[in-house]
Design a binder for this molecule. Structure first.
Ligand SMILES: [Zn+2]
Length: 313
């Protein structure tokens, strides 16, 4: 009974002023890592599936069914969201597969067209009791398979209008974060003033940050010490994301840090024990590292840890 309605999970986060972590999963290991982290930290979590993961797992509905079955072992609440659906059709497929929430990304479209398409998704989804996240503004970096070089920060007044007209349930805004990091020498600045403005216009509304992993240089260094050649890309710092959560970010997508630490764990294991070829032996430390990183985000960035005691509200 750990799968709950997005409405109630969000309401709890709004009432208790913390952020919900949304973590992309693509395998049993990643799904278990997030769920174990949530249970250990007494935190809710959003289990996400991206277009890339959908391709990787081959059968979306089967994968969603597995998430639901796995969730039954846990007492803290989860819901399943499909990340970045690029078309109305992709949203319909995600809903048919059993996701409780979909993200429709019309951020690359002109404002009026984004409104028109988002509205169509909302109408379709709400009839079926499904939560819809939309996006306004543009983040730099890779979004599944599409690369965007341009950043377009979200205009607070436009965001208000967009939410009122489309009736979307949550809105992803561009305030300085990036999908997967960009080239640079220091952490990216987060536009707190702009974010505060949009929150003030719609207090309590669930605003979402995408690309909110931080790529701490020490995590990249740890991977490269094990033979990795990961580029030192930059994103907003964990301190900035934590401050944004205090201001009003209610859902925070954070992935690349989890991917990075699990890759480091595999590299380290294989460097230290080159004779081992049983995949379980190196996938286990990879899963543990993923879980530890998610727990770290719940404790120090999202402040979602300890919010659910013994499965009770
Ligand atoms: Zn995103």
């Amino acid at each position: 009974m750990a799968i709950e309605k997005p409405e109630s999970v969000y309401r709890h986060a709004v009432e208790n002023q913390y952020g919900l972590g949304a973590f992309n999963t693509f395998s049993l290991e990643s799904m278990i890592a997030v769920m174990e982290a949530a249970e250990r930290q007494k935190s809710a979590a959003i289990i996400q599936v991206s277009m890339g993961a959908r391709k990787y797992v081959k059968y979306l509905k089967t994968y969603v069914d597995i998430i639901k079955l796995m969730a039954e072992h846990y007492s803290v609440p989860f819901f399943i969201q499909h990340d970045h659906c690029s078309s109305i059709e992709a949203c319909r497929e995600a809903i048919a597969a059993g996701c409780q929430a979909v993200m429709f990304d019309g951020s690359h479209l002109p404002f009026e067209e984004n409104i028109r398409q988002t509205k169509a998704v909302v109408q379709y989804a709400h009839k079926r009791g499904i939560w819809v996240e939309a996006e306004l503004g543009r983040l730099p970096g890779f979004e599944d398979f599409i690369f965007s070089e341009n950043t377009e920060y979200t205009d607070p007044q436009k965001a208000k209008k967009f939410i009122e007209v489309t009736e979307c349930d949550a809105l992803a805004v561009a305030m300085g974060t990036s999908h997967g990091g960009v080239k640079g020498t220091d952490y990216l600045p987060f536009d707190f003033e702009r974010f505060q403005h949009v929150v003030d216009l719609m207090p309590g509304y669930p605003f979402v940050l995408h690309g909110a992993a931080s790529l701490p240089p020490e995590l990249i260094a740890a991977c490269n010490e094990q033979g990795g050649k990961v580029e030192y890309l930059r994103n907003c710092s964990e301190d900035s994301i934590a401050r944004a959560v205090l201001i009003g970010a209610k859902k925070v997508n954070m992935d690349v840090d989890n991917f990075l630490v699990s890759t480091t764990a595999v590299r380290k294991f294989l460097n230290e024990k080159p004779s081992v070829y049983d995949p379980r032996k190196y996938l286990e430390p990879a899963r543990d590292a993923f879980q530890k990183e998610v727990e770290h985000k719940m404790q120090y960035v999202l402040r979602s840890a300890g919010r659910y005691q013994g499965g009770e509200r």
